[in-house]
Design a protein around this ligand. Structure first.
Ligand SMILES: Nc1ncnc2c1ncn2[C@@H]1O[C@H](COP(=O)(O)OP(=O)(O)OP(=O)(O)O)[C@@H](O)[C@H]1O
Length: 889
């Protein structure tokens, strides 16, 4: 609303600035308040629960909502957490200056825009996770991606094929994504679930982006960063740099380098797999309870915590770096003393990575700088721990731990150990650091002493023992005399103020001293600020070094964390190799084993998968038997191994996996507004199109989101496809309630049946949780329902119905002949069935589905069998159809 009619000068200024910052809430500083007007005021008042009032605007009443300036740190994060962008507009001159220059209102400028993806505020950042903003640019099916975390200085570029974009975004989980305005109505639906900011089209034109980057990095090209060839990503990176500069309004001197993010270096995990494996967020509440990271994070620093999250989201795919991490973990695992000391030292390291970012950009104070110094002081202690360890990765980390002594010393001599939070009020700089400052401080201090002396002298001279000297902003130092002694006051005192019980005066002598003290104090505050700025810029010059050290510390922290967890939770070092076998002995689920009720042991299981004999394992077993847990623990063990961690197993041989896919049938995706079954099928299609022989596929009751027959058919043909169609042939665990799938074992040589064992005792099921070869013959669904406490009458009735269904299906089976009746051996049976599948799909379907035949079909068949159409009148035929219709309705 930029009203063009008569406006007050203040409102005119407001609307001008507001128009210059579309899409943001403008917090407009007026005196001691941040105000919002018009539509912003309505919104802010609703979102923050603050009062909505009105302000006179040239006769009109403009809605107004505001809060005191000191509440900014409280309210601003609340708005940004709700997904808004917030621009802070400050007064950039003293009202006195404005008056002198003949301006009616002070000048104002937007000093910072905070958005979900671009912030340095500790109130908005989680110290254990990166806050990424990504930028996308398309060229055909190639997507140029740039992403950055401005709070740590990371800035990466990548090219991905459009179909892999989901996986990349799942790995970085950006809080905000930048897209060119003209793509607005053409975005893929998956992307629209992200927080998207649309950027003006011109930013994507020509060399603008590339030039912005080379200007910032002060280079002629981007060759030195190894990203020169990522042309499409240059445009994305340019728009990202443009956006970050526009919002931060500062020189981002801590963005020191670009790097190429090679998706091909990392195992691919799409968003659904990350969700299903509950890596960093639980499916139920979205929190971290019950997630892999909640078990695995034993890092001691914020930087380590963030890196661990990145590692978990991007497991490695190449052997050498995996082995290097595992070897380093082993060294630290075996060396408990060193590990414990390292942990103690790491506990003392602050978040250097974010400290240096704030210092570099200028959103900082002396406390941050002192904190940085204390963290740097830990480096020699960390380094000294490595002397006894012979390990290439740990040695490499040690060599990257630069001591940065000169920075520490400079901070040490410049700053007091416990400086105040404000940088404008003095008290930060150490005595003896700057001569002029020492002199000014002396004057201020002596002046105060002198004032105390004046007080004593006056009290004595005029015999007023209670005479006081005070200070306020309005008339500076004053003498205060209570009414009891009023008559003793000499004429030389100049009266300034009358209070209820006392009078206040000044004297020329007092004013003279005051002038000296105050100007010295003012000057020293300004000088302290200047000295602090000088120090800040000096420290900022080391941003790159501090970042490198931070990365080394983060890596060390993750490795020691893995070692500590392995030690505490009894994990084993996996044997990772460049082969195609997965052989896990006594594997456990890292999260479930920690959350079982007291006294209930976790039952470990073996899993062997390969590309020759056991490519597809069909896992059956009753509800609650533990099928899903076996699938998930296999996925997690493979993932942990490729992250470089020990694994919850007695032994594990892991052939490098390039992608893990996990699908759970009928998973809820109502938020996305899609039918659960459609989602399930989309996901299945995605697997078949992307899996390779190196992939691991975990299918948990896929197909159950539709009718039994459809579901079974889909599950069956999925398994067939995975077995038969090169290049898929991916290792697959298929948990299912469709016992019919067990027939696949007879037909396809690399398919094997397993079941999770249970025992029946007094009509109750006892879960043994053991995975054994062979298919399950029973579902025990009714017994499980009984255990869950369904009313007894429902259970009894269910048993009756089941009996009925089973006897009907038996009849049909007998009519068609069972596989066992037709064939003497299992092998032959398989051959028979496979022939049927190939030659006579209808017959084979009957065989496959026989235990699920609807009893109504049988009735219909019986009726038809007893009918001779040649002997029926048209009316009789019509009546028969009506009767059959009634039967099936
Ligand atoms: N190996 C195990 N040792 C101990 N408890 C286990 C084990 N596996 C599973 N459980 C327990 O059994 C519960 C059910 O396991 P899970 O969800 O895997 O069953 P399921 O066979 O997939 O069931 P459904 O078919 O109903 O989905 C788990 O939540 C866990 O508490």
């Amino acid at each position: 609303m930029s009203a063009k009619k008569k406006q007050t000068p203040l409102m005119r200024q407001y609307f001008k600035i507001k128009d210059e910052h579309p899409g943001t809430i403008l917090l407009f500083r007026v005196g001691d308040f941040y105000e919002t007007f018009a539509d912003d005021a309505q919104l802010v008042s609703k979102e923050l629960g603050i009062t909505l009032t009105k302000r006179n605007n040239g006769g009109d009443q403009t809605p107004l909502a505001g809060f005191p300036y000191h509440a900014l740190d409280n309210y601003l994060p609340k708005l940004v957490k709700k997904g808004y962008k917030v621009a802070v507009c400050d007064q950039t001159e003293d009202p006195e200056e404005a008056k002198k220059a003949g301006r009616k209102i002070v000048e104002r400028e937007v000093t910072e825009i905070t958005t979900p993806g671009v912030t340095m505020s500790e109130k908005l950042l989680d110290h254990k996770r990166n806050n990424y903003i990504a930028s996308l640019h398309w060229d055909g099916s190639t997507v140029g991606v740039a992403f950055s975390d401005i709070s740590t200085g990371e800035f990466a570029l990548s090219h991905v094929d459009e179909k892999n974009l989901d996986s990349l975004l799942a790995a970085i989980q950006p809080s905000e994504i930048l897209v060119q305005q003209k793509k607005k109505n053409k975005l893929d639906e998956k992307l629209t679930h992200h927080n998207i900011s649309y950027i003006e089209d011109w930013v994507y034109d020509g060399d603008y982006g590339y030039n912005l980057l080379t200007e910032h990095f002060e280079t002629h090209s981007l060759k030195g960063f190894g990203v020169e060839n990522l042309k499409v990503a240059h445009v994305a990176a340019g728009s990202l740099m443009h956006y970050m500069q526009e919002t931060q309004k500062a020189y981002l001197r801590h963005l020191r380098r670009l790097y190429a993010y090679e998706s091909s270096e990392f195992m691919s995990l799409d968003a659904a797999t990350k969700r299903n494996l509950e890596l960093t967020a639980s499916i139920q509440e979205g929190g971290t309870d019950g997630t892999l990271i909640s078990i695995l994070d034993d890092t001691c620093t914020a930087m380590g915590g963030r890196l661990l999250r990145r590692w978990i989201m991007r497991p490695l795919k190449r052997l050498k770096p995996v082995q290097q991490r595992l070897d380093a973990v082993e060294k630290l695992y075996k060396n408990t003393d060193i590990r414990q000391t390292l942990r103690e030292e790491l506990e003392q390291v602050g978040d250097m990575e974010r400290l240096i970012s704030r210092i570099a950009v200028g959103r900082t104070n002396a406390r941050d700088v002192v904190q940085l110094k204390l963290s740097l002081a830990q480096i020699p202690r960390l380094k000294s721990q490595f002397s006894g360890i012979d390990d290439p990765l740990l040695e490499n980390i040690s060599s990257r731990l630069k001591l940065l002594i000169e920075v520490q010393e400079r901070i040490n001599t410049a700053l007091k150990d416990d400086p105040p939070a404000s940088v404008r009020d003095g008290g930060m700089i150490e005595d003896g650091f700057n001569d002029e400052l020492d002199e000014l401080r002396d004057i201020a201090k002596n002046g105060k002493k002198y004032i105390a002396k004046i007080k004593d002298d006056l009290a004595k001279e005029h015999n007023i023992p209670s005479l006081k000297i005070g200070y306020n902003k309005v008339f500076g130092y004053y003498i205060e005399v209570t009414n009891t002694h009023k008559d003793k006051v000499p004429e030389s005192f100049i009266r300034k103020q009358t209070l209820v019980n006392s009078e206040r005066y000044i004297t020329p002598e007092l004013k003279e001293v005051e002038e000296k003290v105050l100007s010295a104090e003012e000057r020293s505050k300004t000088l302290e600020y200047e000295l602090f700025e000088e120090l800040r810029l000096y420290v900022a010059e080391f941003a790159d070094d501090v970042q490198q050290v931070s990365h080394a510390i983060a890596e060390l922290d993750c490795l020691q964390g893995f070692a500590e967890i392995a030690f505490r939770n009894n994990y084993a070092k996996p044997e990772v190799g460049d082969h195609e076998e997965i052989d896990i002995k006594k594997g456990r689920h890292p999260v479930v084993e920690k959350s079982l009720p007291m006294g209930e042991p976790f039952i470990p299981n073996d899993i062997k998968l390969d590309n020759d004999e056991q490519q597809i394992l069909i896992i059956t077993g009753p509800n609650m038997a533990g099928k899903s847990i076996i699938l998930r623990q296999t996925g997690l063990i493979v993932l942990l191994a490729q992250v470089g961690s020990f694994v919850p197993a007695k032994e594990a041989k892991i052939g490098l996996v390039d992608k893990i896919f996990t699908r759970v049938g009928a998973s809820d995706n109502l938020a996305a507004g899609e039918s659960t079954f459609l989602v399930e099928m989309n996901e299945a299609a995605n697997i078949l199109n992307n899996a390779t022989p190196r992939s691991l596929i975990l299918l948990d009751e896929v197909g159950r989101g539709t009718s039994t027959f459809d579901g079974l058919s889909i599950a069956w043909s999925l398994a067939e496809y995975l077995h038969n169609h090169a290049p898929v042939a991916a290792k697959t665990l298929f948990a299912t309630h469709y016992h019919e799938l067990n027939e696949l074992e007879q037909m396809y040589e690399r398919t094997k049946n397993f079941n999770v064992q249970v025992k029946e005792h007094d009509d109750k099921v006892v879960f043994l949780r053991k995975l054994i070869p062979g298919g399950a013959d029973h579902s025990y669904g009714i017994q499980v329902a009984d255990m869950a406490g369904l009313p007894q009458v429902v259970i009894e009735r269910a048993k009756e119905i089941l009996k009925n269904l089973e006897s009907h299906s038996l009849d049909i089976t007998n009519k068609n002949g069972t596989i066992e009746n037709e064939a003497s051996s299992k092998k032959e049976a398989a051959k028979n069935l496979s022939e049927k599948v190939e030659k006579q799909p209808e017959t084979s379907q009957m065989t496959m589905f026989q235990t699920h035949v609807d009893p109504r079909i049988e009735t219909v068949l019986n009726k038809l069998e007893a009918t001779d159409p040649n002997r029926m009148t048209p009316i009789e035929a019509l009546m028969l159809i009506t009767e059959l219709k009634r039967l099936v309705d």
